[in-house]
Design a protein. Sequence first.
Length: 392
Amino acid sequence: MRNQLHPETLAIRVGKKTSDYGEHAQALFLSSSFTFDSAEDARALFLGEKDGFTYTRTGNPTVAAFAERMAKLEKADACIPTASGMAAIQAAFLSFLHQGDHLLVSQSLFGSTIGLINTLPELGIDITFVPQTDLLAWQNAIQKNTKMLFIETPSNPLGEVADIRQLANLAHQHDALLAVDNCFCSPALQQPIALGADLSIQSATKAIDGHGRVMGGAVCGSNALIDCVFKHVRTYGQIISPFNAWILLSGLETLFIRMEKQSANALALAQWLSTHNSVKAVHYPGLPEHPQYALIQSQQSTGGIVVSFAVHGGQQQAWQVINNVNLFSKTANLGDVKSTITHPFTTTHARMEVADKKAAGIHENLIRLSVGLEYIDDLKNDLQIALQSIIK
Ligand SMILES: *Cc1c(COP(=O)(O)O)cnc(C)c1O
């Protein structure tokens, strides 16, 4: 039966739009507008009395194919693809939050997301930051005008997990929405909507592309919610380029197998790092030692592809490790098939106050890896040589 197909199959088969030529590959409809059969036809299309495309800011066949596939994988009714992950987050906020509303957000968020949230008070939207894993603090911070709770799980770079089911219940008790940034897992490893969230948001730039080529984002949810996001994006113009949607469609075709293998590589590296005498601590949601291991197993299918670890020493030792790797790319991107290494304290979290970084557990000796598809022993050997360099 069609509707019993597995997600791995859906990631390859759902949503394809074919032209009259019957091409087997996904067609790229790189066209900013679409022609009408007649004036009557144009009127019907514009009034929504007839399905079809008029102008790419409001709809495009390649973008529609990507939206349909994303929605299926996120177990949502519908999806709006956007120009970047930040555009997706902005669209999700501004479609549902207005002057006088209150937004409750986790303290453990991507840096640019915190920057975006900090501009919301200018629009008359109140914000409160809450510790990611402290359910009581979320309960106590709810106000009468709270319209949305927003989390990112697992968090970057320490892999702290928020309980999606419990936060969804809390949001719904107060007629608020729960929105989840699902970028670290991608829909291959976690489907927040199936766990009760109202919106699942992606930076498709990361694992969905998987090859570090294009920017993109997505907001997924129920038909009613996504209709609100559509009306906002149609007007404000954050829609994705058809070219980027076309690249990301092929990214989705290999997403499951990449995430499965990259997760296995990440777990193997995390286990190996845990035994290394230059390493003080390893943070990886796939390790049984993780304090939230039971919760993690109940909401995501692997520990994911990001491993962080603290070395003995400080910034000098961490930088020395980064400067002595050869295979790992020194770049802040993640989710790529190429493994990457970065120093959160001086890159992704550089603009945070030092006291805030320390309160969040991001110290000078912390290193973040996004684990790719290279052969595991090559990755270990590369890190081994770099870690050896800090042993006195
Ligand atoms: C990268 C990232 C974003 C922003 O996405 P862009 O595509 O870079 O705009 C948002 N959230 C998380 C968790 C990210 O890693």
